[in-house]
Design a binder for this molecule. Structure first.
Ligand SMILES: O=C(O)C(=O)C[C@]1(C(=O)O)C=C[C@@H](O)C=C1
Length: 282
């Protein structure tokens, strides 16, 4: 978490929070591109597939996640109010606790990482990877963990967004009333900003197109003579046209990145916002 956002212990500023969400789009797109260079490697997601010498029977990814999160817990990662682990019973930090000003009310209570894990393994991975097994299990699982952590941070950021909206003097009384009524539907309407969502999805498609460009298909990889390049790069055009989309081979399915956000990332962020608000007055 950016220390600047927390330093004052005051209401988080919505436009700063949105800037962080925009930056996390880049992190997520690049993480997905990194993972998509390897095949599906389905056996890393299945229990009892890897013959662990110590008799472990879970999936390779679950084992790896637990190991990585154990190290990260020791260096205080999960004391930060925007970091949520996927596994339980993690070790205590080896360093003294960090002081975070109290911005959220009961920040660690809501953790929807099980849902994020499920969507990632069963929907995202089969979508962004080629079918099959290339035996790059460690590399694939390393990228999976990066993707999962970035998605989790992005989605749980909904708590800060919700806190900021709750403290907005223009809406505060309305939020209090709806929370007391436990009126989920009206809360959902109040916190939804369709214009922001629409812009986000447009921006995301443009980013996925630009970041995903495979420069070897444009004659600009290390093996090409620069003068051979006849293909214009999408990033150098004023807007990514359909023609450009066809010419440049993409390393990631940009429509899939957009649908990942539209169908999962934004709805799950809103779910976190609602859950947070419903407990805000406890
Ligand atoms: O920016 C906000 O206001 C948010 O609540 C975040 C977010 C998102 O997930 O990107 C979610 C709900 C809004 O409708 C718009 C965007």
């Amino acid at each position: 978490m950016s220390r600047n956002l927390l330093i004052l212990g005051a209401a988080p500023n919505l436009s700063e929070l949105r800037n962080t969400l925009v930056r996390l789009e880049d992190t997520i797109i690049f993480a997905l591109i990194e993972r998509s260079q390897f095949k599906h490697n389905n056996s890393i997601y299945k229990a009892n597939k890897m013959n662990f010498r110590d008799g472990y029977t879970g999936s390779f990814l679950s084992w790896f996640l637990k190991e990585v999160e154990s190290v990260h817990a020791k260096v205080r990662r999960y004391q930060s109010p925007d970091e949520y682990p996927f596994t339980n019973n993690l070790p205590e930090p080896v360093l003294p606790p960090l002081e975070y000003p109290p911005v959220l009310v009961d920040p660690q209570e809501i953790n929807i990482n099980d849902e994020i894990f499920d969507v990632y393994v069963n929907t995202v991975i089969p979508g962004i990877t080629a079918q099959g097994d290339d035996t790059n299990y460690g590399s694939s699982a390393t990228r999976d963990i990066e993707c999962l952590q970035a998605l989790s941070r992005r989605i749980h950021y909904g708590k800060f967004v919700a806190e900021s909206k709750f403290q907005d003097p223009d809406c505060h009384d309305e939020y209090v009333r709806l929370i007391k009524e436990k009126n989920r539907d009206r809360l959902m309407e109040l916190l939804t900003n369709s214009r922001v969502e629409e812009l986000l999805l447009k921006r995301l498609k443009a980013k996925a197109l630009i970041y995903g460009q495979d420069l070897s298909s444009a004659g600009l990889d290390g093996n090409s003579n620069i003068n051979d390049s006849s293909q214009p790069l999408i990033g150098l055009r004023s807007s990514p046209s359909d023609a450009a989309e066809e010419k440049i081979k993409s390393r990631v399915d940009y429509d899939l990145v957009v649908s990942l956000y539209r169908d999962y990332v934004i709805p799950l962020t809103k779910e976190v916002e609602i859950e947070y608000l419903l407990h805000r007055l406890d």
